[in-house]
Ligand binder design. Sequence first.
Ligand code: NAP
Length: 527
Amino acid sequence: MITGKNYIGNSLSANGNTTYKTFNPKTNTENEHIYTEATSEEILMAVDLASEAFNTYRTISGVKKATFLNTIADEILALDDTLIQTYMSESGLPEGRAKGERGRTIGQLRTFAKLLEEGSWVEARIDPAQPNREPNPRVDLRKMLVPIGPIVVFGASNFPLAFSTAGGDTASALASGCPVIVKSHPMHAGTGELVASAIAKAAQKTGMPNGVFSNLNSSGIEVGQELVSHQKIKGVGFTGSIRGGRALLDLAAKRKEPIPVFAEMGSINPVVLLPKALETKGKSWAKTYASSITLGTGQFCTNPGLILGIKSDALTKFIETVSAEIIQIKPQCMLHPNIHKAYTTNKSIVRSQKNVKTVANIESAVADNYAQQAVASVDGKTFLQNSSLHEEVFGPFSLVVQCENSDELEEIIANLEGQLTGTIISEENEVATYQHIVNALSQRVGRILFNGVPTGVEVAPAMLHGGPYPASTDSRFTAVGRDAIKRWVRPFSYQDWPNELLPDELKNENPLQIIRLVNNQETKEAL
Ligand code: NAP
């Protein structure tokens, strides 16, 4: 049931006076529930509870934490159609997408549960004492990864489930042993509250400490800023715009004790069309890209916003085909009037720049909040000189850049900001002659694709979802896949610590039967 209140640990609370509603972009009307923004006192209560809960939660076994995560997944599934209908009414996204995203969310929780059950993820290293070593005896050293403390999670508007309340950031932080406070996204506060209720239920059912999870409502940026500024908060997970992520990074850096901010932000995901591929399969790639640009109404961080090629008849034909194809696709609803407004404004800004030519645009009227997808084209020199053309237009839009030659193409790639993905479209063997382009692209992106589309982020151990700034604030980590857990831990060493007082992961007997590095050898053997 949606109450519109904040979850402060296991209790519901609504002491504030600021209220708001969510919006159904399809019907262009407000939804019925009223949400009450968290007050400063409620924020403090949630932070204090999380900090107390950390003392217990960090010591709870991996197997018990796994049961907690699996129970969250079960409780989310038990929300059944209420969750799906709420999701749809707050996002305008279709039922299939809602169910797919729920599946992804459940899958992420269960993946982390499996990781905890197995246990080796803590990277235990043991260098036993050598009392007889000459000239000096060696001390006993044992190291493992430990959680850093309460984490604040900010979800994005475009993934109400998989990158929100119980999304990848929350699942990985809870798995690591860190309590989580979610700053609920105002555009899907109802979906958020339902998922929060599932997490609170699961926490109580599995005996987790009160405060291991809280969900705070907010209609503006203040709640998030208070949370990030609080000294008891030890890390931040953010998915959203570059502006929002950067503001939180700066805020965290200004604290007396700066903390890590793992912000996954926007990207234009450059796609490089190599000449032979354009000549032989240009038409087919144009059709594929018309679909990719409009998938999910273009509201993906991996949307291909920039297509790069070398001037040729084949590139001209590609532009004609992608344009003809994209206007055949039925316009779709965007997530919210504000997102639609930003899309329309940003698209107009790009289209009005000098030397930019609009090659496709839906001119006919569409329903409120529906996107009129577009493609524009510009020459390489102008693109290089005008940095406003490098910015993300969040929605179904792509800019095709026609470069003079491969040197200009390389220069453009080298001058791009950091990106989540980069794609090379090539005929077999063609790529070998464009190694300089591949090298340049590799240095700007977190994931490089060969003959594909960047939309669609598989949840798998080998996935890297992140990239050089501003794709993310720390390119050494991923927000998707099991390694996402590494954002919330720090290495910690014990020296000459009595065996019975060590955590199970580091005890001589290896009671958890995990893989450990002992004397530089991987083993499950006891010492
Ligand atoms: P957003 O406007 O940045 O909002 C994200 C969250 O951050 C919201 O809860 C927002 O609160 C909060 N926020 C924004 N600015 C803030 C500030 N200065 N201080 C404190 N809190 C702040 O992003 P969005 O529109 O929801 O999401 C779309 C963007 O996310 C796109 O750029 C897309 O590319 C990106 N995205 C990235 C990924 C990825 O994994 N890299 C995935 C999905 C989406 P309020 O709404 O209350 O202001």
